[in-house]
Design a protein around this ligand. Structure first.
Ligand code: ADP
Length: 963
């Protein structure tokens, strides 16, 4: 017989587990079957016991009934009542019926007992005949007694009476004999009745003796009777007495039989029946007990079998589980250990279980593969490490190369910026000169030359701007500057620039904005304008006849009014499909002939595309050669809330000086200002307002002018006094005017970039009437000047004014402490900048340039702004050299002064970053400072100056857009 392991050897773990389960299932089925089998056995035994028990009860009942029958028979022997017979018969029938039932059921009876039961049945059956015979005998005996015996007695008695009555009293002896005979008959009758009741032998003897005596008496009488009738009667009496005797004898016989039947036969049979019944009862009880015991034993045996089957089943299950577990866990533990070793990268020489064909074998093979993979990974790791080292070196080399490239890129940007500045500065100079030249008397040829030169210069300037823009775009340095702007203003500006181009070529130019669109958006309006100018000027350039239409509209089918579609459509030469792809690349044109025919650099679309993508859109084109082109893009511009729109519209409102009214008509002002630029701006702006301006370059010059007059004769209504000036500053000059020249009432108004309350206080203490911040807002300045020009001042007024201003100062100081802007004629933005002068400016967050604000402060006078700003920008060229020379001399005080001047003028023109850096340098140089720190500040300042030049160049190119 093969061993278990030999059987399971070829099986997989899964099959082994299945086999184990199968065995368990078979075993549990076997146990269940066995239990069912035993249960059935027990059930039949139980049923049998029930039947036997029923039979035993039946037998007990039969036995009880038989006892009752016996009792009734005995009772009947005494009572001798007729009705009892029927009771006996009914009881007998019942017993017989029960016995028959028992015979039919016949459960658990031995054959002997069965015989006994049948014997009982036949005995009981026989008894019925006896009872019936008893009944008939009883009737017969009764009949004998009543029908024969009693009749013969009565007849005898009747004839005795007859005879007695027939005898006369003479026959006294006979009469006495007859009377005695009657008495004997009566005795016989009495004893007879008594005998049939008691069956006493003495009674019978008495009756027999009495009969004999009666007969002898009667026979003795025969001889004495006289008449035959009497003798015949006597004969009849004797005959009846004999008959009675005979009847008595017969009846006694019958009674004896009856009693025999009752007392011997029936009683004997009943006793036998009772004996058999008793025996049967015992047997039945015994049988019931036996069956009960068998059932008990069977149940106990079943229980034992069930328990032992369960125990053996459980043991077998444990054995199987143990066997399977052992067979699975051992190799599993071994293979797991192998895997752990492999995972820990330990060296594993042999892998157990590879020869097996089951799952363990497969696992072992997987471990083998794992080991191989590990080896390969190890190899790869080593190689990767080598690669990584190599890569690191390359990365370092790359970083160096990138650093070099970045340096090169920075150098390139710097170069381009410098170059563009270097080129644009003379270009601006050329344009400026040409503009001046235009105003001089020129002949036709000169005018033509001049115009051509101007056109060429403008083209060159625009080319320079494009190159600068593209290089910035490529370096990712263009940043958007989103501000609220108005579509109408955009349209207006586009019109201003594009209309002349279109009208030169006699083509139609349409600029439309969908009426349903909101009018104010947030975006970089300058860059948007730059794109549309590029596209629009291209469209005009490449269109000979027909028209160009520029449209701003909402996206069709979209309710979002902040997604706008900008399109430029023309009816020009169109672009061939093969060229469409290349026109967006810098320095590329659709065809070589384009340059020849239309000019251009191929930069506009590249810059436009970059700017559109920076704004989140995509510049697209649809075109057909000979039909025209459509350039379009969509942008999502953020929404502005109501207050922002209102604020924007407020700033859009024309300056208070936009009207042509001259608010300072006839007022003479002495302007004391050392900075020529500031001097010129103030002079021109105030002159535009109708004022007459006399300038002094410092305090001393002002004194020199004023000392020619007395306070009454002085022609100036107001002195506008700068504070920091060479030779004599504003404070000293004011002191001198008030005290030395004794001009107590002449209004002196300070103009200073220092808006600190201490500065204001110093001004007022020195005797000045008011204080205007720099850069000044012309509207504010005019208002202040008007205030002092119209009301001649007195000492008391000055005092009152001082008191008022002190109050104001007080307020300002408080406001300064709480961070709110101080009172100043300068617009809020500028004041903020000025405030920052006192602190450490946050350069990174500073708005680089605020031309709009600057022009606004100049009453919207772009001409003055651009003219003066250009001068200032040009003057910046020499700034680095000047500052560095002072630095070399360690003349920090002079440096601070130079920076102060720069701060004020650059703020005047809206070069906020430059102003702030100058302010910082001024502040630091006024204190003790290291040479290196000062050098760094100056370097920052110069960089900001360069940046200001670039910004201004751009602004100038897009002059109308810039404002
Ligand atoms: P430029 O116009 O200075 O050459 P652009 O980058 O603006 O440079 O345009 C590149 C080229 O795309 C143009 O030279 C021209 O060939 C083509 N192009 C641009 N706009 C149009 C247009 N509206 N119609 C036909 N061709 C156009």
């Amino acid at each position: 017989m093969p061993s278990t392991s030999a059987i399971t050897k070829g099986l997989s773990i899964r099959q082994r587990i299945m086999l184990g389960f199968l065995l368990l299932i078979v075993m549990s089925i076997a146990i269940t079957t066995l239990n069912i089998y035993h249960l059935r056995d027990f059930h039949s035994l139980f049923k049998q016991h029930q039947q036997v028990s029923r039979d035993a009860n039946g037998m007990l009942q039969v036995d009880a009934d038989i006892a009752e029958l016996q009792r009734q028979i005995l009772a009947f022997a005494h009572t001798d009542r007729e009705g009892d017979i029927s009771n006996l018969l009914a009881l007998h029938a019942n017993i017989l019926e029960q016995i028959t039932k028992l015979i039919t059921s016949q459960q658990g009876l031995s054959s002997a007992n069965e015989q006994l039961l049948k014997q009982l049945e036949s005995l009981v059956k026989n008894l019925r005949e006896k009872i019936e015979s008893l009944y008939s005998q009883r009737i017969d005996r009764e009949k004998m007694i009543t029908n024969k015996l009693v009749i013969s007695f009565n007849t005898t008695d009747k004839f005795l009476h007859e005879l007695y009555n027939s005898l006369s009293d003479n026959f006294s002896k006979e009469l006495r004999t007859l009377w005695h005979a009657q008495h004997l008959l009566a005795t016989i009758q009495t004893y007879s009745a008594q005998y049939f009741n008691t069956h006493e032998y003495a009674d019978k003897k008495t009756i027999q003796d009495t009969f004999k005596e009666l007969k002898s008496d009667l026979n003795g009488l025969r001889s004495t009777l006289e008449t035959p009738a009497q003798r015949q009667t006597l004969d009849l009496i004797l005959e009846n007495v004999n008959a009675a005797d005979q009847n008595f004898h017969t009846t006694v016989q019958a009674d004896r039989n009856y009693l025999f039947l009752l007392n011997i036969v029936i009683a004997g049979e009943t006793a036998e029946i009772a004996t058999v019944s008793d025996e049967l009862k015992k047997q039945f009880i015994l049988a019931e007990h036996e069956v009960y015991e068998t059932a008990e034993k069977q149940s106990a045996a079943n229980e034992r079998i069930a328990i032992s089957a369960s125990i053996s089943g459980s043991l077998l299950a444990i054995l199987i589980a143990f066997f399977i577990g052992k067979k699975i866990s051992e190799p599993l533990i071994s293979i797991t250990n192998t895997f752990s070793k492999l995972a820990n990268e330990e060296n594993v020489t042999t892998i157990p279980g590879t020869e097996r064909t089951d799952e363990i074998g497969r696992l072992a093979n997987a471990a083998n593969v794992f080991r191989e993979t590990n080896r390969r990974t190890q190899d790869l790791l080593e190689r990767t490490e080598n690669f990584a080292a190599e890569l690191k070196q390359r990365e370092i080399a790359l970083e160096q190369a990138v650093a070099k490239a970045q340096e090169a890129s920075v150098a390139k940007s710097q170069f381009l910026a410098n170059m563009s500045h270097e080129l644009r500065t003379p270009m601006n100079a050329i344009l400026g000169m040409l503009a001046l030249l235009k105003k001089t008397a020129l002949n036709a040829r000169q005018t033509d030359y001049m115009q051509k030169s101007e056109a060429a210069a403008r083209t060159l300037l625009s080319l320079l701007n494009d190159i600068l823009d593209l290089s910035k775009a490529e370096a990712g340095k263009i940043e958007l500057d989103p501000i609220p702007f108005s579509l109408d203003q955009l349209q207006q500006d586009l019109k201003v620039i594009l209309t002349p181009l279109a009208s030169n070529k006699d083509i139609q130019l349409d600029l439309t904005i969908a009426p349903e669109l909101p009018r104010v958006y947030l975006g970089d309006a300058l860059r948007l304008q730059q794109i549309l100018i590029n596209l629009g000027s291209n469209a005009i350039k490449f269109t000979q006849e027909g028209g160009v239409s520029i449209a701003i509209e909402p996206i069709t089918n979209e309710r979002n009014q902040h997604r706008l579609k900008f399109s430029v459509r023309d009816t020009g030469i169109g672009i061939a499909p093969e060229n469409i792809v290349k026109i967006f690349t810098g320095f590329t044109q659709a065809e070589a002939s384009t340059t020849r025919r239309f000019g251009g650099t191929g930069l506009g679309l590249a810059i436009s595309q970059y700017l559109v993508s920076l704004m989140g859109g995509q510049l697209q084109v649809e075109s057909e050669v000979g039909t025209g082109s459509l350039f379009y893009f969509t942008l999502e511009l953020p929404e502005l809330d109501e207050t922002e729109i209102e604020r924007f519209q407020a700033t859009e409102e024309p300056s208070c000086l936009a009207d042509s009214a001259q608010h300072l008509q006839g007022i003479q002002i002495l302007l004391v200002e050392d900075n020529l630029t500031n001097q010129q701006i103030a002079k021109e702006l105030l002159e535009l307002e109708g004022a007459e301006i006399v300038t002094a370059n410092h305090g001393q010059e002002a004194l020199d002018i004023l000392c020619q007059y007395t306070e009454e004769s002085v022609p100036f209504q107001i002195v506008l006094m700068d504070l920091q000036m060479p030779v004599m500053d504003g404070i000293s000059a004011t002191h001198a005017i008030r005290q030395r020249l004794n001009f107590p009432r002449l209004p002196i108004i300070a103009m200073t970039a220092n808006a600190m309350s201490s500065d204001r206080e110093a001004c007022l203490n020195a005797g000045m009437n008011d204080h205007v911040g720099k850069p000044f807002d012309i509207a504010q300045l005019v208002s202040v000047l008007n205030q002092y020009a119209s009301t001649p001042t007195s000492n008391s007024q000055i005092a009152a004014s001082h008191a008022e201003q002190n109050d104001q100062l007080e307020q300002n100081n408080q406001l300064e402490q709480t961070g709110a802007p101080p009172h100043s004629p300068i617009p809020v933005t500028t004041v903020d900048q000025t405030q920052k002068d006192a602190q450490e400016p946050e350069l990174e967050n500073t708005v680089e340039m605020d031309i709009k604000g600057a022009i606004g402060r100049m009453g919207g006078n772009k001409d003055i702004y651009f003219r003066m700003a250009l001068k200032f920008i040009q003057s910046l060229d020499k700034i680095p050299a000047e500052l560095n020379a002072l630095l070399e001399k360690h003349d920090f005080a002079a440096l601070a002064k130079a920076c102060h001047s720069l701060k004020g003028v650059s703020a005047t023109f809206g070069f906020m970053q430059l102003s702030e850096r100058a302010s910082r340098a001024e502040k630091r140089c006024s204190q003790t400072i290291e040479h290196e720190q000062a050098a760094q500040l100056i370097a920052d300042l110069c960089a900001a100056a360069t940046r200001a030049e670039q910004l201004f160049a751009q602004a100038e190119t897009n002059k109308s857009a810039a404002i």
